[in-house]
Design a protein. Structure first.
Length: 450
């Protein structure tokens, strides 16, 4: 939604241990892709476990605007009657993607090789984010793009009438850009090739193959090539969305912060392109067990059992791990404040162009809570205070960023004094059940009157 509602302050207070089962929502990345590929298949795709946060609901509304029939049946169960590659109809209204960078970039890719026009907008946060990294390569298919300076929303995409296939090496790791180009390649002749020097989350490649597209891979000197054969007949599927490892990070890291905690998080995706945070936590000395490993919907999953430990130590996170945990750095920074020693997070400049400048947002918020921080344009370093050393007692600006808001609420549950975020409203974009889930585990969260 472009118009943000009135701020909803929320305060987290230190209290007793967290205990119980945290049934986190479905994976946001997989949910977006299931709706879009369902709309590009011919026939009925059935989806279970869909995340029903605002970001994904905005993508569902966009698929309806492009001519697909999208129906909610309750409790994460949805059906999509698709129109096939190249079958999108021209929408009769502006496509509002709310707060979702993933949604807008993937949808632009999906329509860029169909001869229709669509105008895209978002909320104040999304309209500040750069789109040139995806619109510039989409132009190489033959699409036209008209927008604000810097390639920012609102902008209009006119899809290519005679698209040509693309060979493109990603200048920076980005699953969103890679996915947008592969979706555009569905309605282009021949083979579209996307080359990535650093692997990024591979949900799009997995799901494309599951829907019947031919996706091949080749190792080249400059990186891994993903080769999509265009104009396939996509076959509708039944998609079981695994639970989101990025959402699971919040109860997991809070359990590690709060003494006496033990939390089970069932059915979390263990996709190797998404598990960088969990590898990092183990290196820090976290007590995490991965139980009942299995496959659901083509994705590896496991139940995560996490217990508090007061022996967490700071680490240097390898730069090449950033792509597999880019959304988890805010909560990692909060957890690092309770570790002994220094946690270094280099190569994370991408955080500056997320829903907010997340490096600056975490740095200023942690400093307000009594934590020493060093930062550069592409790094964040947290000087840990130890398990009992984070003062808290601050009000932190969420900056319309759901992950900033949740990270500081989690920190407040373990700090010596309460922490307030000025607006918890954006949490609904990705994790609408966050407050209820956390209080169900024993967390002391309260929405404050303005």
């Amino acid at each position: 939604m472009t118009a943000h509602a009135a701020p909803r302050p929320m305060t987290a207070r230190p209290g007793g241990p967290l205990r119980g089962t945290a049934a986190v929502p479905g994976d946001k990345s997989v949910s977006h892709r299931a709706l879009i590929l369902g709309a590009l298949a011919v026939g009925e795709t059935r989806i279970t476990g869909l995340l029903e946060g605002q970001d994904v609901l905005d993508t569902a509304a966009a698929m309806r605007a492009f001519g697909a029939t999208v129906t909610r049946h309750g409790d994460g169960a949805w059906t999509v009657h698709g129109v096939g590659p190249g079958g999108f109809a021209e929408p009769d209204r502006v496509i509002d993607c709310g707060n979702s960078g993933t949604g807008v970039r993937l949808i632009m890719g999906a329509m860029a090789t169909t001869p229709i026009a669509a105008t895209f907008t978002g909320d104040a946060s999304l309209n500040r984010r750069p789109m040139g990294r995806v619109t510039e390569p989409l132009k190489r298919f033959g699409a036209q793009v008209f927008g604000r300076s810097g390639g920012r929303l609102p902008l209009t995409v006119i899809g290519a009438a005679d698209p040509v296939p693309l060979r493109y090496a990603l200048p920076v790791p980005s699953a969103q850009v890679k996915s947008a180009l592969l979706l555009a390649g569905l309605n282009a002749p021949g083979q579209t090739v996307v080359i990535e020097a650093t692997p990024t989350r591979d949900h799009t490649e997995r799901m494309l193959a599951g829907f019947g597209a031919t996706v091949d891979f080749e190792d080249l000197p400059e990186g891994r090539a993903i080769i999509l054969t265009g104009r396939p007949e996509l076959v509708p599927q039944t998609v079981a969305v695994p639970r989101d490892p990025s959402s699971a990070a919040f109860p997991v890291c809070t359990a590690l912060m709060v003494p006496g905690s033990e939390v089970l998080v069932p059915g979390v995706s263990r996709n190797p392109t998404r598990d960088g945070l969990y590898r990092t936590l183990l290196e820090m000395g976290a007590d995490i067990a991965f139980e009942n490993p299995r496959s659901e919907g083509g994705e590896p999953v496991a139940d995560l059992r996490v217990r508090h430990t007061d022996t967490l130590r700071g680490v240097r996170v390898p730069e090449d791990r950033a792509a597999s945990m880019i959304d988890e750095y805010p909560i990692l920074a909060a957890l690092a404040a309770f570790a002994e020693g220094v946690t270094e997070m280099p190569g994370v400049g991408e955080l500056r162009v997320k829903e907010s400048d997340r490096i600056d947002a975490m740095a200023r918020g942690l400093e307000a809570c009594g934590v020493r921080i060093d930062e550069t344009p592409d790094s964040l370093t947290v000087h840990g205070c130890g398990p009992d050393g984070v003062a808290g007692g601050a009000t932190v600006a969420s900056r319309l960023d759901h992950r900033i808001a949740m990270s500081f609420l989690c920190l407040g549950l373990a700090a010596r004094a309460p922490v307030t975020v000025d607006d918890a409203g954006p949490i609904a974009t990705s994790f609408p059940a966050f407050a209820g889930l956390m209080t169900g585990l024993g967390a002391a969260l309260r929405e404050d009157a303005i």
